[in-house]
Design a binder for this molecule. Structure first.
Ligand code: V4E
Length: 206
């Protein structure tokens, strides 16, 4: 299991130029489809648990902490393609069998084209990745991200993210809406209202 420390930002038309200026190189782009599942009365998401199937792999994201504009999310994966032991395969198959009993249904499905960038020079900033995501419902968002092993201090990851944000000339205060928040706002207003009411999405994340 790992912890994702991340900061989202608004993708403006100058971002590609800024990435080039600071010496970031594109690792390539790839496309993936996400399907998010929950019960009809939003049991998981009201607790800020996000269960998704991404290209055949089950992933669960839950918050570990959040400050003004940096979030940390713990992510557990069950990658279908790289299941190693028979036991892992059994757990994956068993999990898929439980889904109907758990009454989980897909409440959001979208495809993202992601371009990932890293700084060319090795060193302290080498583990910082910048993703530019274009979702198929006409929303674009950037994310600066560092992966940290579970249990390891996240303070230095946050510093690296802030350093990258400064290099990219990003402002400090406001949180940027992620793809899911915009998706729910546009296509699932009842679900979105319930999450606002439960403070899963808050006033400081607009
Ligand atoms: C909505 C949500 C989550 C699911 C989407 O996570 P996100 O990191 O936006 O998606 P993506 O595609 O970039 O995933 P990655 O490839 O980085 O793993 S996870 C947590 N939330 C809830 C949430 C929240 N409560 N508040 C804010 C500001 N953002 C997200």
């Amino acid at each position: 299991m790992h912890v994702e420390v991340e900061r989202k930002f608004v993708c403006d038309s100058h971002i590609l130029e800024k990435l080039k200026d600071i010496g970031a190189v594109c690792l390539g782009h790839y496309e993936f489809k996400d399907q998010y599942l929950d019960t009809a009365d939003f049991t998981l998401t009201l607790k800020n648990f996000w269960l998704r199937k991404r290209e055949g792999s089950w992933e669960l994201k839950r918050p570990t902490s959040s400050n003004s504009n940096t979030e940390t999310w713990s992510q557990q994966n069950t990658p279908a393609d790289s299941l190693q032991t028979e036991q892992e395969k059994d757990v994956h198959a068993e999990f898929e069998k439980w889904l109907p009993d758990m009454k989980l249904e897909c409440f959001a499905e979208y495809t993202t084209v992601r371009c990932s960038y890293v700084l060319e020079c090795e060193g302290e900033d080498g583990r910082v990745r910048v993703d530019l995501d274009q979702a198929d419902f006409d929303y674009c968002v950037g994310e600066i991200e560092v992966l940290v092993s579970e249990g390891v201090e996240t303070a230095s990851a946050m510093q690296s993210i802030e350093k990258m944000a400064q290099k990219l000339g990003l402002g400090g205060e406001q949180k940027t809406q992620g793809k899911m928040e915009v998706y729910l706002q546009r296509f699932r207003p009842d679900h979105y209202s319930a999450l606002l009411k439960a403070h899963v999405f808050g006033s400081n994340c607009n």
